[in-house]
Design a protein around this ligand. Structure first.
Ligand code: F6R
Length: 606
């Protein structure tokens, strides 16, 4: 979703801004722009990719400070006028903004009444004009931004460039902004890890912060005007390269990175002697764990599906009631919160606005929330203050793959740890640990011979819709398979627990309708086979994901074998063929597999 990159220093700003924006591209966006100060402030913007905006840039723009933006439209269509940066009437004040100004209609109306001509339909533009009006009061950039934001309600990551002042003023509220401190230069990014190419020293802006940046100084204060100290922390490097390496697309690269990502996630977190998990970041003693009344997990999209698998594992291994919630619904339903219960927020990016609001709701009602997060130091990680990093490494493709597996493994280790403090034996614990340790190798084995994926692609690529069915622990895996195919191939997909099919969805089946069945060798296998027969009898074409050597291995029209796996850990294997089907179908249809239309990697609006 929208991204911000800024620079003030002694180097030419333009190439740095373009480089920074390219690093933010994976978040998803529809238009791009930069503003560079060189006496005047010059603005260049374009609908489309960073490369398209770059193609309109004059060859040698001077200027050593500037701000850039990638926009994902919320208020107003995808047009050049609505793309950021936005300038005040005189052009002396230029802003880029992430987030939403809730009272923008009132602010815009009041500007129009004062004779200001608004050039865009955005909620953001009003800020540039109000800052200019406030600047006329005392010619103080920081004070002008402060008074402007005191009039605004909503969320912001804001960067302001001034024609007549050698500073960039930045402000944050509910939208991440980080300052990278270099030697005689400062960088600004809405995505901390992108700063690692430029510096390893960062300053996190907190909600209600305003900071004034020069090339060599940072002055931080609150929205009210109180001075605050500037805390510099070291940016943690995550494992894995963010470039494509030998792969054609990030999605394929990340599917293939799953074995190593899983190794990173479990490393040092399994106690083989005691048959137990060792998730230190949870800071929960066995006696505290033994008293937990119930567990609630929240997330969106892929993270939600991982949470649903976690829920089943927690109930199975720890014998504690567990329930999963869609984060975007959670706070609006005024949930009853038990402060003694355990709450988990699951998120790859750590920036998802819906998940963040749910966390704040739980915290407001007196309970703690544990993060299950990939991006180190992200907003959700900091808001929770405790939890588990899943250590997937950077995930660049919009469609999440390796983060899903690591979320599942992190929640499995948690279920094991609670299970050992309550119900399951050391032997059972050792069995799960043994199973977990096998998984990276089993995925590698599968990836060496993925089976008839292209036959499956032939069956789904021109279909009106595709069903995904599974039971028990495979029901959420089926949902994840459906989400992947929908996201990158734009084919309507329906996912159901297989037993539910006969209660309605079966009406959709026609001769040749493709159905992907997820059927590992577990206690519900036989029941799922009945659903396969019912579907075949109505003309459906079956793509069957099964364990190798299983007696059901010929039940499908296309049969994809995964290696034998512990029944509780099967999602880590069964999901992989579905990731590959989604990837290859998107390619067969000529889609931009890493940057599917309309989607964003980091969904920072509610
Ligand atoms: C699916 C996908 C989205 C995200 C969802 C939550 O491939 O990418 O459904 O899973 O937006 O994002 P995070 O995990 O960053 O909170």
């Amino acid at each position: 979703m929208c991204g911000i990159f800024g620079y003030i220093g002694s180097k030419r700003a333009t190439p740095i801004l373009v480089d920074g924006l390219r690093r933010l591209e994976y978040r998803g966006y529809d238009s791009t722009g930069i503003a560079v100060k060189n006496g005047e402030i010059s603005i260049f913007k374009k609908v489309g990719k960073v490369s398209e905006m770059q193609s309109i840039l004059p060859s040698n723009i001077q200027g050593t400070s500037g701000i850039g933006h990638t926009r994902w439209a919320t208020h107003g269509g995808v047009t050049e006028e609505n793309a950021h940066p936005h300038a005040s009437s005189s052009g002396d004040v230029v802003i880029v903004h992430n987030g939403i100004i809730n009272n923008s209609r009132i602010l815009r109306a009041s500007l129009v009444a004062q004779g200001v001509e608004l050039k865009s339909e955005t909620d953001s533009e009003a800020l540039a004009h109000i800052i200019e009006i406030e600047l006329a009061v005392d010619n103080n950039p920081e004070a002008a931004v402060r008074r402007t934001l005191q009039k605004a309600s909503g969320t912001w990551g804001l960067c302001v460039l001034f024609k007549n002042h050698d500073v960039i003023v930045v402000a944050a509220n509910g939208s991440t902004l980080e300052i990278g401190k270099g030697d005689g230069e400062m960088f600004i990014s809405s995505d901390g890890p992108t700063l690692s190419e430029f510096t390893d020293r960062v300053v996190h802006l907190h909600d209600d912060d305003i900071a004034v940046l020069t090339a060599t100084s940072i002055t931080r204060s609150s929205l009210k005007g109180d001075r605050k100290s500037v805390e510099v922390s070291v940016l943690e490097k995550s494992w894995g390269e963010a470039d494509l390496g030998e792969y054609e697309h990030y999605m394929l690269k990340e599917i293939h990175e799953q074995p190593d990502a899983l190794r990173h996630c479990i490393s040092g977190r399994l106690d083989r002697v005691r048959g137990n998990g060792r998730l230190g970041g949870l800071r929960l003693s066995p006696s505290a764990l033994a008293k937990v009344p119930h567990v609630r997990l929240i997330g969106c999209g892929t993270a939600l599906h991982a949470a649903e698998i976690g829920q089943l594992l927690i109930e199975k291994l720890a014998r504690i009631p567990a329930v999963t919630h869609i984060a975007s619904e959670f706070r609006h339903n005024d949930p009853v919160i038990n402060p003694n219960a355990l709450h988990f927020a699951v998120s790859q990016s750590g920036e998802t606005a819906d998940t963040l609001s749910a966390i704040k709701e739980i915290q407001l009602k007196g309970a703690q929330v544990y993060g299950v997060v990939n991006v180190v130091g992200s907003t959700i990680a900091r808001q929770c203050g405790q939890g588990v990093y899943i250590h997937s490494g950077p995930e660049q493709a919009v469609a999440s793959t390796k983060a899903f597996s690591n979320m599942v493994v992190a929640l499995t280790m948690f279920a094991l740890q609670v299970g050992r403090s309550r119900s399951i034996s050391k032997e059972k614990g050792k069995e799960i640990i043994h199973g977990l340790q096998q998984i990276p190798h089993l995925i590698e084995e599968y990836l060496e011979d993925v089976g008839p994926i292209m036959e499956a692609v032939e069956l789904v690529k021109d279909a009106k819709s595709v069903f995904f069915l599974g039971r028990g622990i495979s029901a959420p895996v089926a949902k994840e398979g459906a989400l992947k195919l929908m996201e990158v191939a734009y084919i309507p997909c329906l996912a159901y627990p297989a037993g539910e099919m006969k209660h309605g969805p079966i009406a959709l089946l026609e001769e040749g309708s493709p159905i992907i069945f997820v059927v590992p060798n577990d206690h519900v296998k036989e029941k799922t086979v009945s659903a396969i027969h019912e579907s075949k009898a109505r003309g459906a074409k079956i793509i069957l994901i099964h364990e190798e050597g299983d007696e059901i291995s010929e039940e499908g029209d296309v049969n994809i074998a995964i290696p034998k796996v512990h029944p509780l850990l099967s999602p880590l294997l069964t999901v992989v063929p579905m990731q590959l089907i989604a990837y290859h179908t998107a390619l067969a249809l000529g889609n931009d597999v890493d940057r599917p239309r309309n989607l964003a990697k980091s969904v920072t609006v509610e």
